[in-house]
Design a protein around this ligand. Structure first.
Ligand SMILES: [Fe+2]
Length: 235
């Protein structure tokens, strides 16, 4: 539910051929559907909703032909937050996740807590459910009970698979594992961008998770909760 799979839009794959290669790698790891989330930010403003939806349809068609007949690709966006985002969502100038009320939102890694909290309040006030993209990136969320606090305000938390499968001495890996053990994460994403350094990488994370987390919780964060986005249901 967080990946850069559409060709030529942002810092994701350069060609449809590379997209298909990424999908093949993902399929090998058990992924049979995804929400494409190209960046919406100052650097990548050009893609409009219609273009994203069309690219999803055409890539899904290819994927169904060469990967698996039932493979699904839903449109979404990873939206760099600014105060005009609620209005742009309202005017349908940018995309929610698969047509739901969920909005995948990102910030600068050094964003202050007050900015993240304000974004959560503005989005929930406008009746959206913010999903904070790769929560492990924001230093401000590592202090105290900030993840819990934002969840109380109505935010959902997405973590990338990759750092969960990292080395035990990495501070980020240790933080990721600790918050997973507390059950504070709602979604996992590959955040795949290409077939090289940012290809889909779920297996190392799953090995750790199967050893340390309840199977029911694993099913929620990798399968059932993303299903609720597709049905536009609350978690
Ligand atoms: Fe991303």
């Amino acid at each position: 539910m967080h990946c850069h799979i559409l060709p030529g839009l942002d810092d994701g794959p350069k060609s449809e051929q590379e997209s298909i290669q990424m999908l093949k790698l993902a399929k090998k790891q058990g992924i049979r559907g995804l929400i494409a989330t190209p960046h919406h930010s100052h650097s990548y403003r050009q893609a409009g909703p219609r273009q994203i939806e069309e690219l999803c349809r055409s890539l899904e068609k290819k994927a169904q032909a060469v990967i698996e007949p039932g493979f699904r690709i839903y449109p979404g966006q990873e939206i760099f937050y600014s105060e005009d985002v609620p209005e742009k969502l309202e005017k349908k100038e940018i995309l929610t996740m698969a047509g739901s009320q969920y909005v995948l939102t990102e910030f600068l890694p050094g964003a202050p807590y007050s900015a993240i909290e304000r974004a959560v309040r503005e989005l929930t006030h406008a009746q959206y459910t913010p999903i904070l993209a790769h929560v492990e990136r924001y230093q401000a969320l590592r202090e105290g009970d900030r993840i819990e606090e934002l969840a109380e305000f109505g935010a959902c938390m997405q973590m990338n698979y990759r750092p969960i499968g990292g080395k035990w001495y990495s501070e980020t890996t240790r933080w990721c594992r600790a918050v997973l053990k507390e059950g504070l994460i709602d979604f996992l994403g590959t955040d795949m961008h290409n077939t090289g350094t940012r290809q889909p990488e779920t297996l190392k994370a799953l090995v750790w998770m199967e050893k340390h987390l309840d199977n029911d919780y694993i099913q929620d964060i990798i399968y059932r909760n993303p299903g609720k986005i597709l049905k536009n249901e609350k978690l």
